[in-house]
Structures are given as C-alpha cells and as structure tokens.
Ligand binder design. Structure first.
Ligand SMILES: Nc1ncnc2c1ncn2[C@@H]1O[C@H](COP(=O)(O)OP(=O)(O)OP(=O)(O)O)[C@@H](O)[C@H]1O
Ligand SMILES: [Mg+2]
Length: 112
C-alpha cells in the first residue's frame, strides 16, 4: 500500500474528484494548505531583492491505494492537475504499513 500525497491548485479539486470517481479510486482526505515551491511563492522572483516567502493557498490530497494502483493514480492526478505553468504542484508517494477497516476488522488491500 502506498500513500499518494498531492499538492494541487484549488480549482483542480473538483475535476480531480470527478476523475477519481470515474477511475474508481476511492477514499480521500483533503486539506487546505499554504505553501510555496521553487519560486518562493512569486511568479517572477527578482534576484538581488530580498523577498520574503509568499505562501500560496493550495489543496493537499491524501489517498492510500494498493501498490498496483499507484501509477494509475499518479496519471489521473497528472492529467487533471497539470496546466504546464509554474505552481502546478507536486506528488509524493510514501509506503503505508497497514490499513484496518474499523467496521469489519479487515486488513490490507481489501480494507482500502
Ligand atoms: N519540496 C516540497 N516539499 C513540500 N511541499 C512542496 C515542495 N515543493 C512544493 N511543495 C508544495 O507544492 C506547492 C506547489 O509547488 P510548485 O508546483 O510551485 O513546485 P515547484 O517545484 O516550484 O514547481 P514549478 O517550478 O512547476 O512551480 C507549494 O505551494 C507547496 O505547497
Ligand atoms: Mg513553483
């Protein structure tokens, strides 16, 4: 199991939810976050001027999927969230030890 964590543009959340439904990717956590990437939150970073980091609102989504669904999940996120402009966001993938469905006690991929 893997945790796929993606930071995306806020306006991409709704289309991404629709795409997850379509591709049967279930279970999702969403948070509003503030962050910055390589440009420190500015579209044009002027060298030589002292620039304070500027925090831009983004959406963080967390989704735990079976190993064999990781690449599909990444592809769906890339297809929906990519504009090609700076600030499109990032995807992080982490290993997950275990998942337990509280209602039934099922464990592992079947509990996802
Ligand atoms: N290394 C990182 N660690 C944690 N969060 C990050 C990291 N890089 C970016 N983020 C988060 O992702 C958001 C979008 O990052 P962004 O797409 O601007 O990355 P970038 O590396 O600057 O790429 P680009 O050059 O395409 O803009 C940031 O606002 C921040 O919330
Ligand atoms: Mg950036």
């Amino acid at each position: 199991m893997k945790l796929v964590e993606a930071i995306i543009r806020p306006e991409k959340l709704e289309p991404l939810k629709d795409a997850f439904l379509k591709y049967k990717i279930n279970g999702l956590n969403v948070r509003q976050v503030l962050g910055c990437g390589n440009q420190h939150g500015w579209t044009a970073h002027n060298r030589g001027t002292s620039v304070i980091m500027n925090m831009i609102p983004k959406i963080e989504i967390k989704i735990v999927v079976a190993d064999e669904k990781v690449e599909d999940t990444i592809k769906v996120i890339m297809d929906v969230a990519r504009t090609g402009e700076i600030g499109d966001g990032k995807i992080f993938v982490k290993s997950v030890e275990e998942c337990i469905r509280i209602r039934t006690g099922e464990r592992g991929d079947v509990a996802l």
